[in-house]
Design a protein around this ligand. Structure first.
Ligand code: MG
Length: 221
């Protein structure tokens, strides 16, 4: 059942007890619960770099201030690692996220599924707790679909997946088609660069909208 799930992720999943008789909300963190781009812009400024907002991708859009040239692709993973190390515990929370998740937690179980590197999971947990979102965290590695399927496979109530990245929706569509896939991008500037994800079931633009949509589905189910 855990085939295709990264070995660092399996113990984290095992630590969570899924309540199969409650709805389940699996939510991403960056650009859903936390202002990733807001933090990244400050970080890039410190590195004498900037993000140029031409497309929904880090590659090609992170540029050197000095000559405006894009930072080479091979330098991006190291840069992101440094970013998570310095910022994972202090990104600004997204408006309405904590408040609406708290309300939803009266009806549904909440799990945060983030691709923050596992070695920074403790920093991300610190940030979740500090921001009023004390929900279990899985620091995932790789595509999310199999993990979402594993968590939701025995549920008798609806399951939801919230994420900003279209390829994550495609992975969940492939491995866990039964899950409602909600496409949400917190940063307005980034949201404008992207159409609704092909494999999502709905595109929503704020936490009040996510909240209303999720409750509607639960009520109808
Ligand atoms: Mg994200």
């Amino acid at each position: 059942m855990t085939n295709g799930i990264h070995e660092d992720v399996i113990p984290q999943i095992d630590a969570i007890t899924i309540q199969t008789d409650r709805p389940l909300i699996i939510t991403d963190a960056d650009e859903v619960l936390f202002g990733f781009m807001q933090g990244l812009e400050i970080f890039l400024e410190e590195q004498e770099m900037f993000f140029d907002w031409t497309s929904f991708a880090l590659h090609g859009n992170i540029r050197q201030k000095s000559d405006k040239k894009p930072v080479e692709a091979e330098k991006i993973p190291g840069l992101l690692e440094q970013f998570f190390d310095e910022y994972a515990h202090r990104l600004p929370p997204v408006d309405g996220a904590a408040e609406h998740l708290q309300k939803l937690s009266e009806t549904a179980q909440i799990v945060v599924l983030s691709n923050v590197p596992p070695k920074f999971a403790a920093k991300r947990r610190e940030s979740l707790v500090k921001s009023g979102m004390d929900f279990p965290l899985i620091a995932n590695v790789g595509p999310k679909g199999r993990v979402v399927n594993y968590l939701s496979r025995n549920l008798s109530k609806p399951a939801f997946f919230i994420d900003d990245i279209p390829t994550n929706h495609s992975s969940v569509f492939k491995h866990a088609t039964h899950v409602h896939r909600l496409h949400y991008i917190a940063d307005d500037r980034l949201a404008k660069l992207l159409e609704p994800a092909e494999h999502s079931t709905a595109r929503l633009d704020s936490w009040p909208e996510l909240y209303g949509h999720i409750l509607d589905v639960i009520d109808k189910g």
